[in-house]
Design a protein around this ligand. Structure first.
Ligand code: GDP
Ligand code: MG
Length: 447
């Protein structure tokens, strides 16, 4: 993964004071690989790398940052900036009804997204929304829109396979005007591959309806092909926004970068499930991390430098994200990581222990000893107890278990209780932080 590659490089780059032509090359090669792995189209990758290089060579490496850290920061920021900054909501600034035209290949998610958008506009913007399907080629398509529109709580304008898309559009617009709809969402046909007839048809719809938004719906799983699709639609239509669907899949979503670069249109929404409420406002910063294959890349590199076991930390982050609980095994792992981070004085005011904040040499010693004792206690537990802390907190035999553990570790039972309290607090904290926050927390703990 990029994480491994970068960690290695950051280590070799440590001690160098500036980003230079020399040391930037290796790093950029890794970034390039990561982007290609995420299915960003080659020409887009080239452009991106060139921009990053230019910025990096001009950049000052500030404070305690190494060139490696500085570069990673630049990559992340540039990635987020390329995919759009700030939040771009739907534009409804038009004489009502504001018309939104949906465009994209067959299967991209146009019909689903039409209904999701209808729901979004009803719930968040309190609009009266009408949908209509101009997809006359597949008989089921019109029915599909009817069904999902119902789920969205919007109104659906009937159309039929023997009508012309042009006529459907005019009839729906007339209905929307006469019944004072705020928004008219027009779902269109998509083909499996781009063809002239399809493009001519949607161009005509655009000219007829003069939509305030023309949204290009694209499947995030689309790899290199996304560029050609985006080019074809950009040439046919003045796109005003992109909806990236199926981000709940396991693709790294590199298509976002390609499509954004090719069309120049902002990515407005992300589809994150098949369900009617599975639409989110696109978050470029978060998506940058996904494309690069990691959460908070900058924080991560910093941890690498502190000697934290990144792999273990990531495993833990994954575990938390997947909803499995934080158990005493993880607590034990955390303690050994904190030991590795060295900076115990920084840990002390954060850790819920008896350690004092302003540590002299003697306190430091005590802190180290506390840590060792905690480790000792955890090691005196059985694997099952560590996996299932409830055995010790509210199990029937908790008293005898704790007696056994205290004896095994050579401590008083109160100390075992104290550790369990600390674990309880930590677990609460972990739940709040979830995956991405873990790195930040460790950074904080590292001082
Ligand atoms: P269209 O041909 O462009 O109208 O595409 P559809 O809206 O019919 O969607 C094609 C398939 O993709 C359907 O099975 C949808 O349920 C599914 N789909 C659409 N958006 C998403 C999404 O964001 N996540 C997931 N998992 N599936 C989606
Ligand atoms: Mg459809």
């Amino acid at each position: 993964t990029l994480t491994d590659r970068l960690s290695r490089l950051v280590k070799t780059m440590r001690g160098q004071a500036r980003i230079t032509e020399d040391n930037v090359q290796d790093m950029l090669r890794e970034v390039r690989m990561a982007l290609l792995e995420a299915d960003v189209a080659l020409p887009v990758v080239r452009d991106f790398i060139a921009r990053v290089k230019e910025k990096a060579l001009g950049a000052e490496v500030v404070g305690s940052l190494s060139p490696g850290q500085a570069l990673v920061g630049i990559v992340h920021k540039e990635l987020a900036a390329t995919m759009g900054e700030g939040i771009a909501d739907i534009n409804l600034a038009a004489q009502p009804p504001a018309i939104i035209l949906m465009a994209g290949l067959q299967g991209a998610g146009k019909t689903t997204t039409t209904a999701k958008l209808a729901k979004h506009l009803i719930d968040k913007r309190k609009k009266k929304v009408l949908t209509v399907s101009a997809d006359v080629y597949r008989p089921a398509a019109i029915e599909q829109l009817k069904t999902v529109t119902g789920q969205a709580g919007a109104e659906w304008f009937p159309s039929a396979p023997d009508q012309k898309p042009h006529d459907i559009a005019l009839a729906a617009l007339d209905h929307a005007r006469r019944h004072f709809f705020d928004v008219l969402l027009v779902d269109t046909a998509g083909r499996l591959a781009i063809d002239e007839a399809l493009m001519a048809e949607i161009k005509d719809l655009h000219a007829t309806l003069k939509p305030v938004e023309t949204l290009f719906v694209v499947d995030a799983m689309q790899g290199q092909d996304a560029v050609n699709t985006a080019k074809a639609f950009r040439e046919a239509l003045p796109l005003t926004g992109i909806v990236l669907t199926k981000l709940d899949g396991d693709s790294r979503g590199g298509a976002a970068l390609s499509v954004r670069q090719i069309t120049g249109a902002p990515i407005k929404f992300a589809g994150v499930s098949e369900k009617i409420d599975g639409l989110e406002v696109f978050d470029a910063d978060r998506h940058a991390g996904r494309v690069l294959g990691m959460g908070d890349i900058v924080a991560l590199v910093e941890e690498v430098q502190k000697g934290v076991d990144v792999e273990a930390a990531q495993k833990l982050a994954e575990k938390l994200k997947s909803g499995d609980g934080f158990d005493l095994n993880d607590f034990l792992a955390q303690i050994s990581q904190m030991k590795k981070m060295g900076g115990l004085s920084g840990l002390m005011d954060k850790l819920p222990t008896q350690m004092t904040a302003k540590a002299g040499a003697a306190d430091m010693d005590k802190a180290e000893r506390d840590m060792k004792r905690m480790e000792g206690i955890l090691n005196a537990m059985t694997a099952k107890e560590r996996r299932q802390p409830s055995l010790l907190m509210d199990g029937k035999s908790k008293a005898s278990r704790k007696r056994r553990i205290a004896a095994g570790a050579g401590v008083q039972i109160q100390e075992v209780n104290r550790l369990l309290n600390q674990f309880d607090q930590m677990q609460g904290m972990m739940k709040k932080m979830k995956g991405g926050g873990l790195m930040k927390m460790m950074k904080k703990l590292g001082g």
